[in-house]
Design a protein around this ligand. Structure first.
Ligand SMILES: [Zn+2]
Length: 487
């Protein structure tokens, strides 16, 4: 049994007069991991998306199951991943694909996305950064073997049952907790960027350590975003320094390097890329430029960005209201810049959020900073207040909407209604009565050939309940205004 072996080794280390702390043993394990040139890991598991929970702040959405084979050369920063991804949310499908990548470039083959297309294509920098980070995060001894310097172990836990070291590797700070009895890592954590909270802990736990060619590996690995599950992985076979076919990890000479800033972004928020890929909606590139305004009514605009998610802008005589805040503060900053240019005399009075999912709320802090009153469903008020507090913001002016609310601050009426549906709890729509136009997010996406799930009929049923006269919907996704064909 491996634990006993390491324990015996610890006694030997003590006996020969080294420091006698178990940190020495951990250090020896790191040195062993340094001898790995290639590792091949077969695993299966489940993906979760904390930012697509049904209820704000509640259990993450289980998005997919997978079979995965990784071949990795840590010293050369080269890897290949072969995936079979069975998605359950937002739609059920099976995707099969591979990614071969080095630090600066990579290639995807097969179908990795709900969107059709399976030709070989370059990987975006965001995905490469996130994938490399995930390999380090889930293989802690190999990571520690590449550390620049490791702190002296700090005793924690009951009677020194655990020790913690911190170290820097790849310009990133890591904290590792290991079991004092055998020197094996229990937990590895690092801080990542998060749209809602500013900073967040990406934490990985390790169990079921087994020895492979003299090196211990964890066979059960769980990744968490704070306390929310991101991925569960069970390893079924690991090989150290296996023969691999020539060229397996090589890339075409013609492949160009990816954008380094995107790679850095993927690295600094690997939890985000990982969760998106697990939905079958990978975001390799993800640019937030090209904000444009499309008139969908009198002084009403759908605000589009290159990533395909929208806001609604309502222009009134006394001010502006923005509905939804897709993805990132950077995108919101661009919208704010455009508003300032086009309507310099009109203040932004409201940011109205339809629900808490990251693709529609990740940029909300920029609008709050710009002075907008935050309008959310009662059921998500605490979630957003907590996110602001975590990000170090002062509490902000907030309107918590129960069944409905009227907003008159821009000199033009906007009504907000609670919509019962199975996509997300605490969902609102925003309705502009003088144009009989409603903005709905995810429940109906105008211009799309297929609508998802029962969400359209749930939306229309709630609209009938409230007795509002909607002639057209504009969507958080989709293009332009429209009305569902059939109920
Ligand atoms: Zn959603």
């Amino acid at each position: 049994m491996i634990i006993q072996q390491w324990f015996v080794w610890a006694l030997v280390v003590s006996a020969i007069g080294m420091t006698g702390t178990n940190g020495v043993m951990a250090q020896s394990l790191f040195d062993m991991a340094d001898d790995i040139t290639t590792v091949r890991i077969e695993s299966h598991g489940q993906n979760f998306s904390p930012r697509q929970s049904i209820t704000p702040g509640a259990a993450p959405r289980h998005t997919s199951d997978f079979d995965l084979t990784v071949v990795w050369q840590p010293g050369d920063l080269k890897a290949r991943e072969e995936w079979v991804l069975r998605t359950h949310y937002p739609v059920s499908t099976e995707l099969s694909y591979s990614m071969t990548y080095h630090q600066a470039a990579g290639v995807t083959e097969g179908q990795d996305s709900l969107a059709p297309g399976s030709d070989a294509r370059p990987m975006g920098g965001r995905r490469i950064g996130a994938n490399l980070k995930t390999l380090w995060l889930t293989n802690p001894l190999i990571l520690a073997a590449h550390a620049e310097s490791i702190s002296a172990p700090e005793s924690i836990g009951v009677e020194g049952s655990r020790e913690r070291v911190t170290f820097v590797a790849f310009d990133t700070n890591w904290s590792m907790v290991f079991d004092s009895s055998n020197g094996l890592p229990l937990e590895l954590a690092t801080t990542e960027a998060d749209q809602h909270q500013g900073e967040i802990e990406h934490r990985v736990t390790f169990q079921d350590w087994r020895e492979v060619s003299g090196v211990p590996f964890p066979y059960r690995v769980e990744q968490f975003l704070e306390d929310k599950l991101l991925r569960r992985e069970v390893r079924s076979a690991i090989m150290v320094n296996p023969e691999i076919s020539a060229g397996l990890l090589e890339l075409p000479d013609s492949l160009q390097d990816t954008d380094q800033s995107l790679r850095q972004q993927g690295w600094s928020m690997s939890h985000f890329s990982q969760a998106r890929a697990g939905l079958g909606i990978p975001q390799d590139y993800f640019e937030t430029h090209s904000i444009s305004f499309h008139e969908v009514g009198q002084d009403l605009y759908q605000v589009r960005g290159s990533e395909g998610d929208n806001n609604l802008l309502v222009v009134g005589p006394d001010g502006l209201a923005i509905v939804d805040a897709p993805w990132f503060d950077q995108r919101s900053e661009e919208v704010l810049g455009a508003l300032q240019e086009r309507w310099p005399e009109l203040p932004l009075k409201y940011v109205i959020l339809m629900h808490h999912h990251i693709d529609h709320s990740g940029g909300f802090r920029a609008y709050v900073r710009a002075g907008a009153t935050l309008v959310t469903s009662q059921g998500s008020t605490a979630f957003f207040a907590n996110a602001l507090a975590q990000a170090g913001h002062e509490p902000t002016a907030t309107i918590a909407v129960g069944q409905s609310a009227q907003l008159d601050g821009i000199g033009r009426r906007i009504e907000v209604y609670d919509i019962a549906n199975s996509h997300a709890d605490a969902t609102l729509i925003a309705y502009v009565p003088d144009e009989k136009l409603a903005f709905a997010t995810d429940l109906f996406s105008p211009g799309r050939p297929r609508q998802t799930g029962p969400w359209v009929s749930e939306l229309l049923e709630s609209v009938r309940f409230h007795g509002i006269d909607v002639e057209q919907f504009v969507g958080g996704h989709g293009v332009g205004a429209g009305y569902p064909d059939s109920e």
